[in-house]
Design a protein around this ligand. Structure first.
Ligand code: ADP
Length: 270
């Protein structure tokens, strides 16, 4: 709590007494702390690739440039780290947009079996590189009202995580089902009011202690693994905000060494 004494003046600047203002500032302080933590995280994340670019460029300039083989491998690192910076900045801007709800959503009815088939096709080359099977279980004729580009972004993010965190020869599956009685309430008309999308993998899984935190910005279970697969640690926080912008929910279940399942529930009508 913060107390302020505010002097009160009448007309012609005549002192009229004082007002005691009591203000609960804990929420404001919490927001300030979160903001400064975010800035600290962002700076740290940006510094790592910049330091690499600078260091390798310096070594090249210092003479390594005369060795063609070393030059090639250092330039490749500089290129990769620049790409990483690009992705990071893109994700930071995207997150700040979805966090402040500055994303206009264009809702339209989407037929899920066609949509999932299309999505799987987009990511099939990435899966093929690791001989990962993409499996889809969606009946025809299930509709949801959503922003198609954003829904694609949500699914692509979860599918590419599934592929990234699953060893060669594994499987990533998507299923969609209508929910008739969410929360135990049966709809009068017998129509479904929600759909449930599940994305499961047979991957490395997530330790129990990390599960509650993986939707936080920059949170990664294994920094090195996320880095080597090109991750920014922002994907899941962006996904969560996008799901919430659709008034939906997302949750995760996982067993280390067995696999993970992300479950999204979305209202059919916005
Ligand atoms: P990243 O860019 O690191 O993948 P995300 O925000 O997408 O960031 O995910 C956060 C962390 O959650 C990842 O670093 C990883 O540790 C964990 N994670 C996400 N999806 C999976 C998955 N399907 N299987 C195992 N771990 C996962």
């Amino acid at each position: 709590l913060e107390l302020h004494l505010v002097p009160v003046f009448h007309a012609r600047e005549e002192f009229g007494g004082a007002l005691l203002v009591v203000q609960d500032v804990s929420a404001i302080r919490r927001l300030e702390r979160m903001r400064s933590e975010f800035v600290a995280n962002v700076s740290h994340e940006l510094k790592t690739p910049i330091a690499a670019v600078k260091g390798f460029a310096e070594t090249l300039l210092g003479g390594a440039v005369n060795d063609p083989e070393i030059s090639r491998s250092f330039l490749q690192i500089i290129f990769d780290e620049s790409e990483r910076l690009n992705r990071l900045i893109g994700d930071i801007l995207e997150l700040s947009k979805v966090e402040s709800r500055r994303v206009p959503l264009h809702f339209s009815p989407i037929e899920m079996s066609g949509f999932i088939a299309k999505t799987i096709e987009v990511i099939s080359a990435e899966a093929a590189k690791k001989r990962i099977i993409l499996d889809m279980r969606v009946e025809e004729g299930i509709y949801v009202e959503a922003d198609e580009d954003r829904l694609l972004q949500i699914l692509m993010n979860l599918l590419s995580n599934g592929i990234n965190y699953t060893p060669e020869g594994g499987k990533v599956s998507v299923s969609v089902e209508p929910l008739y009685n969410k929360g135990g309430l049966l709809n009068q008309e017998g129509d479904y009011e929600y759909i449930r999308i599940r994305i499961s993998d047979t991957g490395i899984g997530i330790p129990k202690k990390d599960l509650p935190r993986i939707f936080e910005r920059f949170y990664r279970v294994d920094k090195a693994r996320s880095r080597s697969s090109g991750g920014t640690g922002l994907g899941l926080s962006i996904v969560k905000h996008l799901v919430e912008l659709h008034k939906g929910t997302i949750m995760v279940e996982s067993t280390v060494g067995v696999g993970s399942t992300f479950t999204i529930e979305l209202p059919v009508l916005q």
